[in-house]
Design a protein. Structure first.
Length: 262
């Protein structure tokens, strides 16, 4: 983690994070310095105040903030609610899903897994079937971007991070295959290789540091070190907002495997 300065409060926060990283108890108590939110809208407003005023010039505003969650499903919900607050017309891009040539001639597969079923899937590593965008919203394809212009075949975006910050890029649709063995068939999805990044999964946030972070903890973290990673993305404990599960006062689940620490 990178603390914004070395005052006593931040030093205490660093020690707390170290304890969380090695704490093998199933639940941990969160520092009182965190902003505790009561619902998702409050969490969004805490991390993204005045989101309705975001423009294509608001690059610093977006790169300084993010909301983290353990699950892709929660991330999608948060992103949709985030984007609803941004002014402008929503544009929807629908993907084209196809079975592989070998599976397409197998009547058993085509009957059991129709097009509607493939459209409902959201495999890891693939963009969504229904991609919702607005000019000014953030995107992610390994690099944080901002939508500048939408057209049927290209999306014009501005790079927000890295040594190419400020550069305009034109993103076309491409065909992608999910990198998973969980599906009983092989498919490709042709879509813009983008996802909204006003919210992202905890795992994808590794190596990123922001000034303001929200953590959606109504769904418990489920793998080693996720809680530590989420909390250590921020540079100051006063800029961390959390949304806990209902009827939970100030604790959350923690997953630590002692064998990993050896």
């Amino acid at each position: 983690m990178r603390l914004i300065n070395s005052n006593s409060e931040n030093i205490a926060f660093a020690h707390t994070l170290l304890k969380i990283r090695s704490n093998q108890k199933e639940t941990v108590e969160l520092p009182t310095t965190f902003n505790k939110c009561t619902n998702l809208d409050e969490l969004i407003c805490s991390v993204y105040p005045h989101l309705e005023e975001v423009t294509i010039a608001s690059t610093t505003y977006l790169t300084e903030r993010t909301i983290l969650s353990a699950c892709n499903e929660d991330v999608n919900i948060i992103n949709i609610q985030d984007m609803s607050k941004i002014q402008g017309q929503e544009i929807v891009y629908l993907a084209v899903n196809k079975l592989s040539e070998a599976d397409a001639v197998d009547r058993t597969i085509t009957n059991r897994y129709p097009q509607e079923y493939m459209n409902s899937l959201d495999p890891s590593g693939l963009p969504p079937f229904r991609l919702r965008l607005k000019v000014g919203c953030g995107l992610c394809n390994g690099t944080r971007l901002m939508v500048v212009k939408c057209s049927p075949r290209l999306i014009e975006s501005k790079i927000l991070t890295g040594f190419k910050t400020g550069k305009l890029v034109f993103i076309p649709t491409i065909s992608l295959t999910p990198m998973t063995d969980d599906l009983p068939f092989s498919m490709t999805r042709r879509q813009f290789p983008l996802r909204l990044d006003l919210s992202m999964t905890i795992n994808k946030s590794q190596c990123q540091f922001v000034k303001f972070v929200g953590i959606y903890l109504t769904t418990s973290i489920f793998s080693h070190g996720q809680l530590y990673v989420a909390l250590s993305r921020c540079t100051s404990p006063k800029r961390i907002s959390v949304l806990l599960a209902p009827d939970v006062a100030n604790t959350t689940m923690n997953v630590v495997y002692s064998d990993v620490l050896l």
